[in-house]
Design a protein around this ligand. Structure first.
Ligand SMILES: NC(=O)c1ccc[n+]([C@@H]2O[C@H](COP(=O)([O-])OP(=O)(O)OC[C@H]3O[C@@H](n4cnc5c(N)ncnc54)[C@H](OP(=O)(O)O)[C@@H]3O)[C@@H](O)[C@H]2O)c1
Length: 256
């Protein structure tokens, strides 16, 4: 099958494209870097010619409330319109576990808008809800830092390796549309503050992590239920301690 990966140069996309090729598919990495822009429409019709599946693992360059909403609405509308014209039979999109529980955040309102456009379109679809990537933990620490302190709530957290996210998205892209949401998560549950503390210590980062029940996750008040998938979610294989030992882990997380 020809499978177009929108955001094919990103963290997940760059891991997904080779996995699809290893399975014998013609995977096309599409992003502004390769001349395909879902906001302006540049290169989109040409890239989708003959495609059976489109996987959207793009992300917005700005997470400011209005900008991120404009990105996901415009991009998703342009994609779905072009997919209809090209006769694409399966639209797969990557979103986040708990999106509908974090709507005080503009980012998650935009992800929900993306999901609703997909659900309302006639194109068969699969929406993959993933938990936070291990590679994203440094970003969580950085946004929660004030001086030398990182304040985070002591809530359940079940992150997964980006490589496992790409594998799960790949399996779904190669399968039949589910016309619903599939949840994927990490193999272990942690407490958010504990895991960030452990990660910073492993990286000899001098910041102190403080458990604070009033601290937010990306500006959102969260509970034990917010970030965790339901029972029955597909679980990644990579354990956090093994990922942490990988030589490139810190570099990738820092770049991300
Ligand atoms: N971070 C998490 O923990 C987490 C958890 C669950 C789900 N997710 C979801 O996972 C998805 C992928 O995240 P990621 O971290 O892999 O993203 P990323 O590394 O930031 O990559 C973003 C990709 O989007 C592309 N892109 C940006 N603007 C575009 C445009 N106008 N047209 C086409 N492509 C465009 C970029 O292309 P260029 O390189 O050419 O600019 C890049 O390939 C996101 O939708 C996010 O919501 C994230």
């Amino acid at each position: 099958m020809k499978i177009v990966v929108i955001g094919g140069s990103g963290l997940i996309g760059s891991k997904l494209v080779p996995k699809l090729r290893e399975n014998g598919h013609e995977a096309v990495a599409a992003s502004p870097n390769t001349g395909v822009n879902t906001i302006t429409g540049e290169g989109l019709a040409e890239a989708l010619k003959g495609a059976a599946v489109v996987v959207d693992v793009s992300n917005a360059p700005s997470w400011e409330d209005a900008a991120v909403m404009k990105f996901f609405e415009t991009s998703t509308r342009n994609l779905l319109d072009n997919e209809t014209a090209a006769g694409v039979g399966h639209h797969v999109a990557l979103s986040v576990v708990g999106t509908d529980r974090m709507l005080t955040s503009g980012y998650f309102r935009a992800k929900l808008a993306q999901e609703n456009l997909i659900k309302d379109s006639p194109i068969p679809y699969s929406i993959v809800h993933a938990t936070q990537f291990f590679e994203f933990i440094k970003g969580i620490a950085d946004i929660s830092t004030n001086g030398n302190e990182v304040r985070l709530p002591h809530v359940l957290f079940q992150p997964m390796a980006a490589d496992d996210v790409a594998s799960e998205v790949g399996k779904i892209a190669m399968g039949a549309p589910v016309n619903g949401v599939v949840e994927v998560g990490g193999p272990e549950k942690f407490r958010l503050d504990d895991l960030v503390r452990q990660t910073l210590a492993a990286w000899k980062d001098p910041r102190e992590v403080v458990a604070d029940p009033h601290a937010t996750y990306y500006g959102v008040e969260v509970s034990d239920r917010t970030l965790i998938p339901d029972d029955g979610a597909q679980l990644g294989q990579t354990r956090f301690s093994d990922w942490l030992k990988q030589p490139g882990a810190k570099t990738v997380a820092a770049a991300h």
